[in-house]
Design a protein around this ligand. Structure first.
Ligand code: TGC
Ligand code: FAD
Length: 404
């Protein structure tokens, strides 16, 4: 086949043909509000994300114009109070919104989960009332973009070892250090930063990007999550006013509590990526004919599709039950770890199998599987790697800590 023929196959105008799959009637467990939120976000993704996402991903460019739209559909802090810029909904609604966004692209879900769970949530939970009112409404409306700085070049899985630090200087602290792999940092107006004080205690603070000594260079060369912008955070004697440092919270439980919120969202989000791959593979298997019949008629293709929908259904039930526990304030960090780990690995396996069903076309940007697959390599790693979550579960069931 000549280059121009391939070109014409992969550059057809994009129509999002996604159909939802709900094999066990989980929709019956949802309220009208959940379904309304889901449908609104699904429509938005079909109109605003699907037509452009392959192009942005290919160019490794973040569609920053979507930050405002995400605010308008209530994707920032859906379960935070409306007074503080959130959506005033429950945890299941938050999960479903993340699922629909990640059905579009993991990077779009990342834009929302960082803003809502890693920036607005810590300010809502730990900042003074004055600071909440200063930052949260603007973050909720997308006027300000935030990022979350925990990981450092030499401290990823082990953030307790961080070396970024603050020193007391009268009415301010002086912040020095560097953070690595920070989603949205090059375009952020502010960062929630975690650093050690002079007693070695981890403290959280809001640092504005315009302050002297702050820079956020972009990280290039990512082969995954290409439609999301990632950078460093570099602090060289940045003066952080004392009122910007969270007054009460000390220690790693501060940032880890935010991670619990974001990991919960990812456990739902990953199902969206899996559903998109399954949906595309199912349709392709019914349309693509080889040996005189649709490839979906071959037992080996049916095995792949049947196993995919089985795993998706199990993940949906896990997420729904976790959401019910979260609504009662009973979802433990280790339960969240189990769901994040299981559902992301499930989605990555499904992306690979779905790619196979598409044959050679599966490696092109005509179909979403390869993009989801590449994205999910990041999702498997950030917010705690696949193996770190396994060790959290291992600790919970044995009572024996592999980290110490
Ligand atoms: P450890 O001694 O176990 O815990 C320290 C304190 O924290 C408490 N805690 C939690 N609190 C709330 N939520 C959780 N999930 C919590 N997990 C633990 C714990 O009870 C303890 O409290 P206290 O009162 O005794 O002080 O800490 P450790 O140093 O042994 O570390 C444990 C480990 C390895 C599990 C933890 O460090 C970890 O989770 N590491 C993974 C790091 C990680 O996930 N980084 C993510 C960076 S942010 C990111 O990736 C954003 S991606 C953004 C996007 O979506 O684009
Ligand atoms: P390492 O910790 O060096 O791990 C390397 C390998 O060693 C992994 O396989 C890990 O599982 C394994 N390993 C480590 N310790 C153990 C152990 N005790 N037992 C067994 N195996 C172990 N961070 C932020 O703070 N904010 C962000 O917004 C953010 N966004 C990100 C966006 C992207 C695109 C990426 C890729 C990362 C992002 N991160 C962010 C960082 C992310 O959370 C870290 O990459 C992750 O926590 C892993 O840290 P690391 O990359 O340093 O790997």
């Amino acid at each position: 086949m000549g280059a121009s023929t391939l070109e014409s196959m992969i550059n057809k105008s994009k129509v999002d043909k996604y159909n939802h799959h709900d094999y066990y009637g989980i929709d019956d467990l949802l309220t009208e509000d959940h379904l309304l939120a889901r449908d609104a976000v699904r429509d938005w993704v079909k109109q605003e994300v699907s037509p452009i996402i392959e192009n942005y991903s290919e160019k490794a460019e973040c569609p920053t114009h979507l930050f405002k739209g995400l605010a308008e559909i209530g994707a920032y802090g859906p379960s935070l109070p409306t007074k503080y810029g959130g959506g005033g909904m429950d945890e299941i609604a938050y999960g479903i919104i993340m699922q629909e966004l990640e059905r579009g692209d993991s990077g779009i879900r990342s834009m929302a989960s960082v803003q809502g769970s890693l920036v607005m949530y810590p300010i809502y939970r730990y900042a003074s009332e004055e600071q909440k009112m200063k930052y949260l409404p603007k973050l909720g409306s997308g006027e300000f973009i935030g990022c979350f700085g925990l990981t450092e070049p030499d401290h990823g899985s082990n953030p307790a070892g961080m070396v970024t630090n603050i020193k007391d200087d009268g009415d301010a602290y002086i912040l020095n250090g560097a953070k690595m792999w920070i989603t949205n940092s090059p375009v952020a107006d502010l960062a929630v930063v975690w650093a050690k004080d002079e007693e070695g205690k981890i403290r959280g603070m809001v640092v504005e990007s315009g302050w002297k000594g702050f820079s956020a260079p972009e990280i290039h060369g990512k082969l995954s999550l290409r439609a999301s912008i990632t950078g460093e955070l570099v602090f060289e004697d940045v003066r952080v006013p004392k009122e910007n440092v969270f007054p009460e919270i000390r220690g790693l439980k501060g940032p880890l509590s935010c991670l619990s919120k974001a990991r919960y969202g990812i456990s739902w989000g990953a199902i969206g990526a899996a559903l998109d791959c399954y949906d595309s593979a199912l349709r392709y298997s019914q349309e693509r004919v080889q040996f005189g019949k649709p490839i979906g008629q071959f037992q080996l293709t049916q095995k792949k599709l049947a196993e995919m929908i089985t795993e998706i259904t199990k993940a949906q039930l896990l997420a729904w039950r976790l959401g019910s526990l979260a609504n009662e304030g009973k979802a433990s960090p280790s339960q969240i770890s189990m769901a994040k780990r299981n559902n992301v690995a499930m989605a990555l396996d499904i992306a690979r199998e779905a790619r196979q069903i598409h044959g050679g076309m599966g490696i092109t940007n005509e179909y979403p599987c390869m993009r989801h697959m590449m994205n999910l390599e990041t999702v498997l790693t950030y917010e705690g790697t696949h193996d770190i979550h396994l060790l959290i579960t291992g600790y919970d069931v044995t009572g024996l800590n592999a980290f110490s």
